[in-house]
Design a protein around this ligand. Structure first.
Ligand code: ATP
Length: 357
């Protein structure tokens, strides 16, 4: 992990009136650049092999400059160019995933948020320890496949975006589908409605919904993911019947749809998010900025959190011009815009070092 002292030194050398917001071209980059421009920042897109022509179609979200690298090695070698531009990086899911969380953690360019969170998010056991010790319910773990007595979700380690996950109803079902050469975990399949809730914790904002450390917790939006092919599988009739024809359900994210939750669920949603934030300060010095609780709500209106994403998620993309929740705090602002606002306020308030690592 790049030492915090090194990042602080870099910030001391920056011209705070001429900061550039940069991110990897993909995922939520349109929203990040759009939000950064709205707050008056210069923008820089970093790309390895991803096509960038699509930015021409969206002029209000096109970065001022794009740097194309052959690979992440080159991105590391040419780090000086980013420091010359006073770059603050915005990490998003694909940035950290493609670069690798360890490598991203070592990349010596100031990055919004606390890098220490990477160790707690990328390791499933630690993530579970964090969330459950905060008092937030997660799906029950099943350790022995012979004990499967209700539907379980089998997740291969490192399989991202739900790729390769499968549901097993009993042991024979599990045996039929498992690839024993790959490490996996099993958890209770939570039947209910999925909500991916996008929060933002600002430790320096002293009004609104306050947490233990005195900062403010905001809910900016909620989405539901479109997952192929599970979301459309019902059209073929029974899943069991489909399996006999070689068609297995998969959970690959292809898009995101905006949703709201019934208002009576909001107190529970805030309570869970607050507990996770509070615990993060106890465990690793805090999680601030955007994060997402990925949840299922059952018909008794109980939440289970099956995952936390500790940075901007692509599910915030439908809300580039605000959301039913963001509009009650900052009308018309996206999570990308909120990030840029956090950086702008920190630079103006003299505490930029506190929000980057
Ligand atoms: P990402 O990192 O993109 O969030 P991932 O590979 O970590 O994806 P998960 O988010 O854990 O995968 O799960 C992928 C999908 O599988 C979820 O969006 C949800 O539809 C489903 N899912 C995961 N866990 C459960 C569960 N315990 N019960 C029911 N459905 C689940």
């Amino acid at each position: 992990m790049v030492p915090k002292g090194k990042i602080d030194e870099i910030i001391e050398g920056y011209d705070l009136k001429d900061l550039t917001i940069a991110t990897l071209c993909s995922h939520s980059s349109l929203q990040i650049f759009h939000g950064a421009r709205k707050m008056g920042f210069k923008t820089l897109g970093l790309t390895i092999s991803h096509s960038t022509k699509y930015y021409d179609a969206f002029p209000l979200a096109k970065p001022d400059k794009i740097i194309k690298y052959a690979d992440f090695d080159e991105m590391e070698e040419r780090v000086g160019e980013l420091l010359d531009e006073n770059v603050i990086l915005i990490p998003h899911g694909s940035f950290v995933e493609y670069m690798g969380s360890r490598r991203f953690g070592d990349y010596p360019v100031p990055s919004y948020g606390n890098r220490a969170v990477l160790d707690w998010e990328s390791d499933r056991d630690r993530q579970r320890q964090w969330i459950t010790s905060a008092g937030v319910p997660m799906p029950r773990l099943i350790t022995d496949a012979r004990e499967i007595s209700e539907p379980v979700m089998v997740k291969y380690n490192g399989a991202k975006g739900g790729n390769g996950y499968f549901i097993a109803r009993d042991y024979p079902d599990f045996k039929m589908a498992i690839d024993p050469s790959q490490p996996y975990t099993m958890q209770e399949y939570c039947l209910g409605t999925r909500y991916y809730m996008h929060f933002f914790y600002d430790p320096h904002k002293k009004d609104g919904y306050l947490c233990e450390q005195g900062g403010s917790l905001e809910m900016l939006s909620i989405d539901r993911r479109d997952e192929s092919n599970i979301d459309e599988m019902y059209k073929l009739g029974s899943i069991e019947e489909s399996k006999r024809h070689g068609l297995y359900p998969s959970f690959v994210v292809t898009g995101n749809a905006p949703v709201v939750i019934r208002e009576s669920l909001l107190p529970k949603a805030f309570d869970m998010a607050e507990k996770v934030v509070n615990k993060s300060y106890e465990l690793f010095g805090g999680m601030w900025g955007p994060f997402c609780l990925e949840t299922v709500v059952n018909d008794k209106l109980q939440f289970k959190v099956f995952e936390i994403s500790t940075r901007i998620v692509a599910g915030t993309n439908p809300f580039i011009s605000g959301s039913p929740y963001a509009d009650l705090i900052y009308p018309g602002l996206s999570t990308g815009g909120r990030l840029a606002m956090g950086i702008r306020d920190a630079a103006a308030g003299g505490y930029l070092k506190d929000v980057v690592s």
